[in-house]
Design a protein around this ligand. Structure first.
Ligand SMILES: NC(=O)c1ccc[n+]([C@@H]2O[C@H](COP(=O)([O-])OP(=O)(O)OC[C@H]3O[C@@H](n4cnc5c(N)ncnc54)[C@H](O)[C@@H]3O)[C@@H](O)[C@H]2O)c1
Ligand SMILES: O=C(O)C(=O)C[C@@H](O)[C@H](O)[C@H](O)COP(=O)(O)O
Ligand SMILES: [Zn+2]
Length: 365
């Protein structure tokens, strides 16, 4: 029988990320006794996963269960407004709470609703995808999309707890599990080479929901994220040349542009894989990344089944990249690597370099 792993997140509002099985029983202990009402904001298609959790909560609280639209369609202002209306009608006060159940789209929307209702109520995330377990549910970033781009409205609102119940992954489609590995491999490149070693020596088919290898990757990626956010929760900057929280945005400038220009038909984790190969190509041209490490990017993402090429219009992508939150004025800024686990910011690369890196991506090097 495996035991639960508790990863503590320090700081002004400390909490635990628990990785294990059958964790819903921990919810009342995290939410506390002062809570009377709990809004469960869950991915609407995942009622079968949400119901047993709601059953536990109704023994302790008045529960308002709100099903959210599918995937990225949940991350909109109208959906947030519907949730605010529902909380208002149910009389939610500052001593009440939100529980989110779903992938990163649900935890982002639900976290944003919790961050904004009455300027902030307690939220506990129960992520149901690999991606949400290793990334979206941890660290307090919440947000929604606007017509202009991805995650352009949001806030930092740390959860009171995160319950990564690996049993919830049993129903996750393979392509969604693989998409989550995009953020895991990203963590390998920016901070933890052991992740890369594990990916490179493990048969990708063995990375299944119940496997010890997947659990190790999940726990390692969570630790990478936690180490970063405890130092720079609000992304104000790192120390000694380290990009701080922006490092978690490795590959995301192009990734978000791909998601937006493809009308969100490319999964976030897939776009991150493409975006990481892109910044590796960019760093090889405008920076100092060894070409062998560019190839290691391609190989690691491809090994787990992620895309490493893209051929959309670069002009459209460049326009979309300009709304990236790392940009300052008209200057684009990218997280790049000098080596594995040696990140820095590359500010204002030339358009020639930006285009050349993209051309290499389109032709797969
Ligand atoms: N806030 C952050 O720090 C942060 C970090 C990374 C990503 N994100 C955001 O997370 C989102 C991507 O999250 P995602 O990849 O989890 O996508 P998602 O939430 O859209 O979920 C992907 C799909 O899997 C389904 N699904 C989820 N869990 C399931 C399960 N257990 N069984 C069967 N189906 C299941 C969902 O219904 C959906 O169709 C993006 O919007 C991204 O911007 C946020
Ligand atoms: O937590 C962070 O910080 C990240 O950048 C993690 C990313 O993987 C995640 O996709 C995040 O939502 C991107 O944030 P954004 O600020 O670029 O919208
Ligand atoms: Zn991401």
């Amino acid at each position: 029988m495996s035991t639960d792993t508790v990863i503590h997140v320090g700081g002004a509002a400390p909490y635990d990320v628990v990785v294990g099985h059958d964790l819903a029983g921990r919810l009342p202990g995290i939410l506390g006794e002062s809570v009377e009402r709990v809004a469960v904001l869950y991915a609407g298609t995942l009622g079968a996963l949400a119901d047993p959790i709601v059953d536990i909560l109704v023994e302790h609280y008045d529960v308002l269960a709100l099903g959210l639209p599918e995937g990225e369609r949940a991350k909109t202002a109208p959906v947030a407004a519907d949730c605010w209306e529902a909380l208002g009608e149910a009389g939610f006060t500052r001593s009440d709470a939100v529980v989110t159940i779903g992938g990163g789209a649900s935890t982002d929307l639900g976290g944003f609703v919790a961050a904004t209702w009455l300027r902030g109520v307690r939220v506990v995330h129960v992520p149901t995808t690999v991606l949400a377990m290793v990334d979206a549910a941890v660290g307090g970033k919440t947000g929604i999309n606007t017509g202009a781009g991805k995650n352009l409205v949001g806030s930092f609102h740390e959860p009171a707890g995160v319950l990564c119940d690996l049993s919830l992954l049993d129903t996750l489609p393979r392509e969604e599990l693989v998409a989550g590995l995009g953020e895991v491999v990203k963590c390998g490149f920016i901070a933890d080479p052991a992740i890369l070693d594990l990916v490179e020596r493990t048969d990708p088919a063995a990375l299944t929901a119940g496997s010890a290898e997947l659990r190790e990757l999940v726990e390692r990626a969570i630790r990478v994220k936690v180490d970063v956010v405890v130092d720079d929760l609000r992304e104000t900057g790192g120390r000694d040349g380290h990009p701080g929280r922006e490092v978690l945005n490795y590959g995301h400038t192009l990734a978000h542009a791909i998601e937006r220009t493809s009308d969100y038909s490319v999964r976030h984790g897939e776009a991150v894989a493409i975006g990481c190969v892109y910044v590796a190509e960019l760093a090889a041209r405008a920076g100092s990344l060894d070409p062998a490490l560019v190839e290691r990017h391609r190989a690691a993402f491809a090994r787990v089944g992620l895309p490493t090429t893209y051929d959309g219009s670069f002009d459209d992508l460049l326009d979309a990249m300009r709304v990236d939150k790392k940009a300052r004025g008209s200057q684009l800024r990218f997280v790049v690597l000098d080596d594995v686990a040696a990140p820095r910011i590359l500010a204002g690369p030339s358009e020639d370099d930006l285009r050349a890196a993209y051309a290499a991506l389109a032709s797969d090097g």
